[in-house]
Design a protein around this ligand. Structure first.
Ligand code: SAH
Ligand code: SF4
Length: 387
């Protein structure tokens, strides 16, 4: 019989598992609290469980931790772990400390099938989905290792926010994502507020609708372009779910969301999407003045401008701080709350979109990407990018 990984279960799943062992629900709550709140993986040390149960668990179940391949700590306190997920695949997780919060950036897949032009994960191709246990294990590891390291008092949490902004497209791994989110939110688990757990997506429209039903959390949508032609090139998924459909899905999401706005992410690429004219088109799109099907409809939102983190194979350049400021000024003048993301962990390649892991390219995505790159009418292509 194969060994069951308890990190694969949300509380309901664990209750069902305990029931299959003839145990009552409150045992599942105790077990869940030991694993997630106290970071315990050794059943022998779960002293308030009956010895007979502990012995049965020891034979049948485990808390499957991820093997750490490397850990880097940045001069600004950012920590990046590279975890082995087997078969030559690795995923990255990043902890970003700030004065008022601790944010963990979590991966959902080894590689990514969406293949965005400016994303180093996308350039690797897709290897496989992570299981719920592998998503949760990133939080389990970070929370409990950092708690011990920082000498946190009992019950004190280090991680207050989770963003699904590591490697992969979380809404293309929906079945594993939802129990992981529920474990993050559960008061017996990590007890995170819905407002402080963010799913970031490149725009998988049907799954945005399902998330609203199954587990509404804060939503971030990676926009990157105000018109379909350019977005088709930057985020290939746009060909399947174009902007009008995507923004309508955002509007449908909001009534169930824990926040009354969607965060739009916009990666600033020099000469590609960073001109004041693009900023005006973006305002028109978001405020419903454009020529699209969204005419007359606006999306309550905040805009997050991300300075592009270059990597050589992208052939793209980061917008200058002046271009970012000019773009922000146009959007802000139209009343859209806009922030410019600070780059953190630059010295350890932990910044957004630099998470490369060591995923095997089994899909030929590098080749497809090279072809796609050749077809893109973007001036910055081929420019040597300084790191
Ligand atoms: N697949 C999801 C979540 C992971 S990517 C998504 O695309 O939203 C998290 C964020 O990093 C996205 O907004 C993505 O567009 C951005 N990103 C990817 N590559 C980047 C890069 N090289 N520089 C800056 N941001 C990048
Ligand atoms: Fe995948 Fe997101 Fe990277 Fe696009 S930006 S390739 S969706 S991880």
């Amino acid at each position: 019989m194969s060994v069951v990984n308890l990190l694969d279960f949300d509380l309901e799943g664990l209750a069902a598992y305990c029931e299959s062992l003839g145990e009552k629900r409150f045992r599942a709550v105790q077990l869940f609290r030991w694993v997630h709140q106290r970071g315990e993986h050794d059943f022998e040390r779960m002293t308030d469980l009956a010895r007979s149960l502990r012995q049965r668990l020891a034979g049948a179940a485990e808390v499957a931790r991820l093997r750490v391949l490397s850990e880097h700590v940045s001069s600004d306190g950012t920590v990046k772990w590279l975890f082995d997920v087997g078969g030559g695949n690795a995923v990255e997780t990043v902890f970003i400390p700030e004065s008022d919060r601790g944010t963990l950036c979590v991966s959902s897949q080894a590689g990514c099938a969406v293949g965005c032009r400016f994303c180093s994960t996308g350039h690797q191709g897709f290897s496989r989905n992570l299981g719920t246990g592998e998503i949760v294990a990133q939080l389990w590891h970070a929370e409990h290792v950092l708690r011990a390291r920082l000498g946190a008092a009992a019950g004190e949490r280090v991680i207050s926010n989770v963003v699904m902004m590591g490697m992969g497209e979380p809404l293309q791994n929906y079945a594993a994502l939802v129990p992981a989110l529920r474990t993050m939110l559960d008061d017996h688990g990590y007890g995170l507020s819905r407002r402080r757990v963010t799913v970031s997506t490149s725009g998988v429209v049907p799954m945005i609708d399902r998330l609203a039903q199954d587990c509404p959390v804060a939503l971030a949508v990676s926009l990157h372009a105000p018109e379909d032609g350019l977005r088709d090139e930057l985020v290939p998924l746009n060909r399947k779910y174009p902007l009008a459909e995507l923004l309508q899905a955002c509007r449908r999401y909001l009534p169930r969301a824990p926040r009354d706005f969607v965060t739009f992410e916009y990666c600033m690429l020099e000469g590609v999407n960073d001109s004041p004219a693009m900023a005006h088109r973006l305002v028109a799109l978001l405020q419903g003045h454009g020529s699209s099907d969204l005419q007359g409809l606006s999306v309550p939102c905040k805009l997050n401008l991300i300075p592009f983190n270059p990597f050589p194979a992208s052939g793209l350049k980061r917008s200058s701080p002046e271009a970012v400021a000019r773009f922000a000024a146009v959007v802000q003048a139209a009343g859209i709350v806009t922030t410019i993301r600070k780059t953190r962990g630059d010295d350890i390649d932990a910044a957004c979109g630099q998470l490369a892991g060591e995923v095997l390219d089994r899909t030929g995505a590098d080749l497809r990407m090279a072809r796609r790159r050749g077809s893109i009418p973007i001036q910055a292509v081929g420019v040597e990018v300084p790191r």
